[in-house]
Design a protein. Structure first.
Length: 95
């Protein structure tokens, strides 16, 4: 069920439907609080909406239990770079 919600919410941020996307991801997290993809995508939706601090918090929740998840690291770097924190973003991305 939570994967269906995540899949449903994935295209919404590209259409500017950030709040609707976050609703899908919130529901997925309620069903499974350990769902890393839901935290990752909710963080990305926040980044697209310009809520970079909140985005980084969400992405940290995705990275902590799954430190090998390259998508979450990439998105956290993106969230930092959108706020002109390029120096801070450099250390977040493993090279």
């Amino acid at each position: 069920m939570q994967m269906r919600l995540i899949t449903e919410g994935l295209p919404m941020p590209t259409k500017g439907q950030y709040d609707r996307a976050k609703q899908c991801f919130n529901q997925a997290i309620k069903l499974d609080p350990a769902e890393v993809d839901a935290f990752n995508n909710r963080g990305l939706a926040n980044a697209h909406k310009g809520q970079t601090d909140r985005a980084k918090q969400e992405l940290h929740k995705a990275i902590k239990p799954a430190p090998a998840d390259g998508y979450a690291f990439n998105n956290r770097g993106h969230a930092s770079s959108t706020r002109r924190e390029s120096d801070g973003a450099k250390h977040l991305l493993p090279l």
